[in-house]
Ligand binder design. Sequence first.
Ligand SMILES: O=C(CCCl)NNC1=[NH+]CCN1
Length: 325
Amino acid sequence: GTGLVTATPEANDVEYLSPVTIGGQTLNLDFDSGSSDLWVFNTQLSRAATQGHTIYDPTKSKTFALMQGASFQISYGDGSGAAGNVGTDTVDIGGATVTQQAVELATAVSRSFVEDTNNNGLLGLAFSQLNTIQPAPQKTFFDNVKSSLAEPLFTADLRAQAAGAYEFGRVDTSKFTGEMTWVPVNTTDGFWQFTSEKFSIDGGAPQTSTAGAQAIADTGTTLLLADPAVAQAYYAQVDGAVDDEQQGGFTFPCNAQLPDLQLDVGGTMATVKGTDINFAQVDDQTCFGGLQASPAGLQIYGDIFFKSNFVAFNGGNNTLGFAQH
Ligand SMILES: O=C(CCCl)NNC1=[NH+]CCN1
């Protein structure tokens, strides 16, 4: 089978939310290819924490079962996190269905999740080895649904300030232009990880940032966090750009002409449109860059990258497909 859901951007495209039906109850969740837990806001959380949120009530589901003695605790690259207990229930995403999917019920969530009232939980789409359930890690929705899909893959079609889609089981070739390039994924760390060591600016001469530099395809991260050499070289081409510690990264005059950026994905260059690199206004003249330096050694290609690139995640042969859209 297949499954298709809309991916609706929040303000400033900070994240994208998609409807998921759990035991007959539909919540909007953030699909996150950079983590591997499915957790939801639910009736166990305090009234203060759930104010404004849509919550899952396991007592109202005919198909819910508690996973005795199981718990989870997750923290994300941005410092946010959640923890709680675990059950199983029937999970449906646009027609693709898993019975007895591990559904993690938060009993504590960090402030940023409480404040983001459109976000009612996360659905992890990285590899199951990263699942945080104890005493025994559980499989992601994609791992569970994969064998029932027409093709063992899902695609992310995220758009700048417009509705996009996640699709399970097929590559809709009408969603992109040109050819799709497939690259091998290194699953050792549990991410959709690939080599990305070259870059060019506005189609200029390719430069190497760091030999062997790795990147992950991460729909759960808002920005494009690249090797510091990439960010330095890019903003050197933008008049008035500065690395502003107070703002927490590179800013530039909002009327700046932003060049396109090419990044290699497993050896083939993918383009990130300059227009997508203007992330958000931070004061009347100043804008904050969608491209920033990655703090760790790992590059994290988040939603900014996906706005220019349609990406297919193939769990059958552990490859990633990229195409401009
Ligand atoms: O945690 C990460 C980075 C993995 Cl290296 N991505 N996923 C995510 N979910 C919420 C914030 N960020």
